[in-house]
Design a protein around this ligand. Structure first.
Ligand SMILES: [Zn+2]
Length: 344
């Protein structure tokens, strides 16, 4: 597990993974969602906007997400392995500047600086008692940046940092409680949607989805997994299974983030498109290529034009929401947004 943790903490605060299959769906809500989600496109015909996401997608057939936060924090001088979430309070102007750079690059949605904002992860930095404060502050600074652009703010939920039973000690209920605490702070800060990202284990995804439903049933939920191990997650989930199982949880969008660069992301999204149920949005957020260790930092090898080509490829597949992950900067997002705009 040491390797697991170090990989995430070293490569970027905004990276992760975790768990497996939903054994205890919140029956009432999930059943309702299963009924509603496939009807979304039909309901468009009646002018009914289901969520902030589907509402925006009536104006333009795709949305642009931002790129890496961790990469930008490192560029701004944060210590490798440091708790970037503390900057939401101690250096909020730097966080706002990063959000604004992505917004001015053309991002429709920015992600709060809360990837490691759960209690177990903040505990690693002695800040486990500041979950609510740091998440609320992160949402507030993102909203402040997003307001002039009319952009949306996604409340970022990374893996808890603990493995669920039976591989680890965390029970599904405990995991849900961890996520509920984090989401409560984000919601108080004003997020527009919940982004559950860099997951590996469907069980942990289930806990996070239940938490979001419990705390903010009105908010859309977007879930991404990292398929960085031979086109599977660290826990062995393949892209088709992810779409099928997580789609059945009643979320709004499913997809992939992080991983091993645009080429593998293309294959992953092709596999997802093949099994996508009607009405489920797909999202792809590739790393900007593969990381190379340079000194004590990772550098990524895909330039903005490469990511722009990748964005066009994803769009051609029918992927609805496109952004970047580790190594992608405002320059990458600007190239992606521009090419999507010109080929729309
Ligand atoms: Zn990443």
């Amino acid at each position: 597990m040491e390797i697991y943790r170090r990989r995430h903490d070293v490569m970027a605060p905004r990276m992760c993974h975790t768990l497996s299959s939903l054994t205890e769906p919140r029956i009432t809500r999930t059943a309702e969602q299963r009924t509603v989600v496939p009807l979304v496109r039909t309901l468009f015909d009646y002018g009914i906007a289901m969520t902030v996401l589907t509402d925006r997608l009536t104006n333009r057939p795709y949305l642009v997400f931002d790129g890496a936060m961790g990469t930008m924090l490192q560029a701004a001088g944060i210590e490798p392995g440091g708790a970037g979430e503390l900057w939401n309070v101690e250096n909020a102007d730097a966080i706002e500047t990063i959000h604004t750079a992505y917004l001015s690059a053309g991002a429709d949605i920015v992600t709060t600086n809360t990837f490691g904002g759960s209690r177990p992860r903040l505990d690693m930095h002695g800040a486990g008692d500041r979950v609510h404060e740091l998440n609320m502050a992160a949402a507030q600074v993102a909203k402040r940046a997003a307001a002039p652009y009319g952009a949306l703010v996604a409340g970022d939920i990374g893996p808890s940092g603990e493995l669920l039973e039976p591989l680890g000690l965390l029970t599904p209920d405990e995991a849900q409680a961890v996520f509920e605490e984090q989401i409560a702070g984000l919601v108080e800060g004003g997020i527009d949607l919940v982004l559950i990202e860099t997951m590996s284990d469907l069980e942990e995804v289930g806990a996070a989805v239940r938490a979001a439903r419990a705390i903010a049933p009105e908010l859309p939920i977007v879930v991404t997994l990292s398929f960085d191990t031979k086109l599977r997650t660290m826990m062995g989930v393949n892209p088709a299974t992810a779409v099928t199982e997580i789609g059945a949880m009643g979320v709004d969008a499913v997809g992939a983030n992080c991983g091993r660069g645009p080429s593998e992301m293309q294959v992953i999204m092709e596999q997802m498109v093949d099994v996508r149920p009607e009405g489920l949005l797909l999202i792809g957020q590739s790393n900007a290529g593969l990381p190379h260790l340079v000194g004590d930092r990772f550098e990524y090898d895909a330039d903005p034009e490469t990511m722009a080509q990748h964005a066009r490829s994803l769009r051609a597949l029918g992927v609805d929401i496109i952004g970047g992950c580790c190594g992608s900067t405002p320059e990458h997002i600007a190239a992606m947004a521009a090419t999507l705009e010109s080929s729309n």
